[in-house]
Design a protein around this ligand. Sequence first.
Ligand SMILES: *Cc1c(COP(=O)(O)O)cnc(C)c1O
Length: 369
Amino acid sequence: MNVPFLDLQAPYNELKSEIDAAHARCMASGWYIMGAECAAFEQEFAAYCGTRHCVGVGNGLEALHLILRAYGIGSGDEVIVPSNTYIATWLAVSYAGASPVPVEPDPVTFNLDPTRIEAAITPRTKAIMPVHLYGQPADMDAINAIARRHGLKVVEDNAQAQGARYKGRRTGALGDAAGISFYPGKNLGAFGDGGAVTTDDPEIAERVRILRNYGSRKKYFNEVMGYNSRLDELQAAFLRVKLTRLDEWNARRTKIAQAYVEALAGVAGLEMPRQAEGCEHVWHLFVVRHASRDKLQAHLTEAGVGTLIHYPVPPHLSGAYSELGLRPGAYPIAESLADSVLSLPMGPHMTQAQAEVVIEAVRSMTGST
Ligand SMILES: *Cc1c(COP(=O)(O)O)cnc(C)c1O
């Protein structure tokens, strides 16, 4: 039996009648952008996260970028970002005209290490952008306390942890504002691109609403230089269907994660992901570490098990940020993670039998069967 890294067709197969009905409803409505579906989804998703406002936008990168614009963060400003995130977190800061300032993660939780943040704060720092990486909330109490002490905004990058809870509260409601991605592979994924901003702040919500639609509140009256970053009706309608399954599908991911943890804990050379105090992980990715990661990946490929590396090159060593002139060694924790992490198959449509295949394949490589 082959086990794909992720099956993107299975969500459609399971929800076919509802997705097809949503599709037909949108097509027949004669209204395809910024209509009733988007407004309804915004309300439903805000209620789900526990925030006062939600604004649908074009994708996760734009969600983060528009939040920074809405706060007036730009040229000459600095924003603290994790050194080991997906490059979109950094790009959102760069697009706003500000500078991303990397801070290293805790290598056990993979999330921003709060004890390292204060050393990176300067008079130019305007915000901290924690990422709930791989589906686990960052240490938000510590991050919010630092932000309050220094008068900084906290912008959650919640592209990977839709539905996760931190001390009982949902991600997306844990900072001043949050950017969410509905890229198809995310826990709440559309059938195309999509994103949203969640916040309790009415002013920021309103500014993002204006910015996403050419800087206009009223059609053809452009108050500011805005963007075209809108969540279309079809994607909003699909997301409304999928939101009703998010908790159930996250629970299915958790079951697969539990099977992995039970069967693979203690395997020589393998480091398992860990859940931090007060965090409810939603397992966007199940990321292990192994000293011979490339060998393990090759072995799993041979066994028909799909894996991926999130991420093989930290942003500071990528071509996109070559202008920073940073060399290997600049952010050693991010670099050692890039060299040792491996994401095992994970998704709400994986079966226990498939998990068993993955487990056996991992154990056979490490000789512990
Ligand atoms: C996916 C992702 C994004 C960007 O989302 P898009 O919808 O692809 O623009 C941002 N940050 C992180 C951590 C992500 O994983």
